[in-house]
Ligand binder design. Sequence first.
Ligand SMILES: Cc1cc2nc3c(=O)[nH]c(=O)nc-3n(C[C@H](O)[C@H](O)[C@H](O)COP(=O)(O)OP(=O)(O)OC[C@H]3O[C@@H](n4cnc5c(N)ncnc54)[C@H](O)[C@@H]3O)c2cc1C
Length: 386
Amino acid sequence: MALPLDLPAGDPLAPELDAFVAAHGLADRSAALDRAPAFPAAEYRALGDDRWLGLTVRPDRGGRGLTLETAGRVLHRLAYRAGTAFAKLALQPEFCSVLLDHGGAPLEAEWVRPLVAGRRLVGNHLTEPGSGSDARALRTTARRDGDEYVLRGTKSEAAFAVEADAAIVYARVGEAPDGITAFLVPQQLPGIERRAAAVDLGERWQRRGSIEYRDVRLPSAYRLGEEGAGFAYVRPELTRERALLAAIYLGVARASWEETVGHVGGRLAFGRPLADQEAVSFPLVEDGARLDAAALYVERTLRRLDRGEEAEGEAALAKWLATETALTTLDHAVQFHGGRGYSSELPHERRWRDVRSGAIAHGPAEVMHVVAARRLWPRRPPGDPA
Ligand SMILES: Cc1cc2nc3c(=O)[nH]c(=O)nc-3n(C[C@H](O)[C@H](O)[C@H](O)COP(=O)(O)OP(=O)(O)OC[C@H]3O[C@@H](n4cnc5c(N)ncnc54)[C@H](O)[C@@H]3O)c2cc1C
């Protein structure tokens, strides 16, 4: 029987994906990108050429048109074989759904097609020095001036800070507290200053940093959808991507778990295999069960999203559960490989550092709880006891 979140036996996507991973040496490239962080432009293009970018994007736009469930299985397998880097990169068009769903016709040819083809890189600029989890507190403004907007503010923590060709920038238009609007901003426009920040704990290839917008003039055709609708547009994207990221983290952890089970079965200490020590075998047995349980939860969430059911809270919890389960499993992998487990000779410490981002990026773990709690106890207007 196939493991949860694995592609079903006989699915032609599995050998096609495995061949792609092998042809581009993606497992080794992940390790190399950690040692010498850089955006993997060649692999990004290759992902586009072989249609691993835009897994859920319509085929007439260059994607594969997969369901979220099948995309989750592909990403789980890709992460199992080669870590988080290329699985996350494969999701780049999905991370830009606000552009795909709300950009007008002129942006389609110039940005959407090249993005799905791996020829243009589009980032997301939401976080600011003064607002992250509480994104609604953002202060970047976009002032209308004739047929243009004038953008002013600073974004921070952003992936591909100096490499992105364009970014989806969230800015405040007018005074309304929820009046956040999304724009596509080509990053070569005058008035933009970009800086890479300090080296990250993991996922260093993302080369995060900050971007300053100093009265950047942007034609109004680059506004994505309606004024004030930015958060309404990005919310469903966050829900989908949290569930898909969960599949990635579990794939990475599954690889380390299998390697650790093999290792402790053969490594002798005190005259017997490490696996004979219950202090070693019991945590690994538990990790196996937790990985399966979390994968089943993620599968169910993806299926519910495919059916169009409301699953915002579940998707948030899927990311939390997968991150926590994966981090525990990866910590055990480091521990039970001993001194080598702690070193870069083996992949476990890097996998742990990469997955650690899952508790912060795309919404911190605590905020995932807030989102889920809101589903259980919906907010009521003040004074309404019902
Ligand atoms: C690898 C990575 C990639 C990223 N890429 C991007 C990107 O491309 N674009 C972008 O805009 N941003 C990006 N971010 C930023 C990310 O979205 C923010 O870091 C995140 O939303 C948290 O915001 P903050 O850093 O301002 O932390 P804060 O909002 O200051 O929160 C700090 C901590 O406080 C706790 N906390 C916050 N709110 C609550 C609450 N309500 N209840 C309980 N505890 C809480 C959490 O532990 C949280 O981590 C990325 C971050 C990482 C790590």
